[in-house]
Design a binder for this molecule. Sequence first.
Ligand code: NAD
Length: 708
Amino acid sequence: MTHIKTDRTSGGIAVLTLDHANSSTNLISPEWAVEFSDALDGLFADDAVKGIVITSAKDGFMAGADLDFMSRAFTTKEALEFSRSVSNAFRRLETGGKPVAAVLVGAALGGGFELALACHRRFFSDDPAVQFGLPEVNVGLLPGAGGTQRLQRLLGAEKALDLLLGGRSMTAAEAVELGIGETPAPGVTPLEAAFAWLASGPEPLQPWDRKGNMARHKLGLLDHSNAALFSMMTAKVAARTHHNYPAQPAILSAVFEGMQLHFDKALEVESKYFARLLSGDVAQNIVRTVFVNRRRAQNLAARPKGVAKMSFGKIGILGAGMMGAGIAYSAARAGSKVVLIDRNEDAANAGKEHVRGLLDKLVQRDRTSNEEAAAILDRILPTTDYTSLQGANLVVEAVFEDSAVKADVIKVAAAQLSAEAVFASNTSTLPITGLAENSTRPERFIGLHFFSPVERMPLVEMIIGKRTSQETIAHAMDFVGHLRKLPILVKDSRGFYTSRVFLSYVNEGVAMLDEGIPAALIENAARFAGMPTGPLAVTDEVSLDLPVMIAQQAKADLGENYREPCGYGVMTRMISEFDRHGRKYGAGFYEYGSGGKRLWPELASHFPSDSRYPSSQEIGERLLHVQALEAVRCVEEGVIEDPRDADLGSIFGIGFPTYTGGTLSYVDTVGIGKFVERCEALEKAVGERFKASDWLKQRAAEGLSFHG
Ligand code: NAD
């Protein structure tokens, strides 16, 4: 066997140890399920074995299903077979006539926790590394190896649903309190406790296999408490997911139907729901982008090969404002010494104070100790003195978004740096190739576009200028990896990638107001489609001045090739006629008061609604299509080379809905042919911004999807 070892002790207890080959964690795959069943067959057939302990040779018990395997395309039949193979093996474990104890170390998550639930008893220490949970919902799935059925029978439907729908982990203490397992008395290890329990000759029967256990659930909705719980949960789930995430209702159904059925039947029902989810688009999209491709990007898979790794003992940051301070915080936490430069001492010190505030919060939440926080803060040197940059391997520039100011600091800093040092700009709009000309080493110049707030946003858009070298890309990527952030590669172009897609959303939403679609409908339809914030609210957040300023800059740069973005007229009216610039100024599309915000009531009189307008579904679809089409253009223009980067950037940078798997997965899911057809219809209805290019039409004709 490659992933499982079995040992027999003289006392008749067999120990089955999970020890996955070629992986630091134990994972479930079809191959594993066969091996596990074979191991059980051997143990059950051996009369000398009186009881079984299942444990792990790794730091954790088991992480669940192998997501690389789960990311391939499944038919419903294949998905059902996979679920059944594991579910049947676990069922065999609990009905094989021998008592089984799980000895849990570290994390038992997903299928790992389901395996533990199929054991007759669970033993673990109260070590903080111990963690249990069923996070399947986070990847658009449900536990398909008995988890939905065993948990509800152990805890009752309400507590089980809380864990199943929340997908959160619990600590050892919480698991003990819920009655899921036990921590032995001081001085006794979980393994010793399991051996002692098995030696006492316990009955190998789960509560749900005892006679008469089912009766109280048979009433279904006729039971008042069930009726209240399930109607409330159904409404809650709908409100939270807007029907975009099928896993949540499937979990409710599996629990509800399963509670009324014999256990074996209930497992079959669970497998069917699981199979439908695993073979459906949403789980496939989430697993591919959010897990497989994100991990790939975090492991720096796109890093140019053959370049020696760079380390970041010391770095410099120019501009100690909101972004500079955030980057300083991330770098100092990652262990770098940070020289934080601003125009004067007060501004530089203010940046460091901002970091102190962030660290205080971490300490308050017990996420770090006072000593560690102090050590992190100590690594930051606020100053105005550029000579302090000497010896830094990398400098990030985050001064005002003004090319003259940036040119100035780039020149001054470059004079202090070695020839190997990387110079990165955090500009959100200025072309990197142009900025690089201020440096004596434009090949060592790159854009690192962080997102606000830096401490929470994982994405970094790496902008490659015309002269940026492969070594510079590799080293800048090392820096992004050092900060444990998520890099995507983008060619230098107006708006780079994420800002282009984001602006298409903002402009489209604002344009709808001009078409006579009521503001509340636009905002709600966007959220129903899965966007975290409506386009009008998000425009208020970034301020209306920003898209207007970007349009004016484009006009100045592009001359007669400039096309006024849709929605521009509404924004300029809002600014110049009504003096409403956005949230920062207390007035935008919304008004902001002590009781929260609400849409500005006068919007309806200045932008009157038409008597006929599209459905919420059509509006939501249009808002997703416009962003996806912009992402397609970025691929066509070579701004984005790898479609995986487009997906990651859209989800982790600008909140494109997770269930879609990102902008280009969305096009694939709609179907590229249908996507083009819809764009053509929208082009006729609302304007040429929906025009599908010949390149896209050709792809559609050839049936070429972005992810193959
Ligand atoms: P900010 O106004 O908060 O900070 C800019 C800082 O630069 C200020 O502390 C200012 O004193 C300092 N500064 C200005 N001129 C300087 C000079 N000559 N020498 C040294 N320091 C100088 O701005 P911010 O929001 O942190 O943005 C900084 C950069 O990051 C901009 O290029 C912006 O476009 C970009 N950016 C911002 C965001 C965002 O959401 N705010 C997101 C991504 C990128």
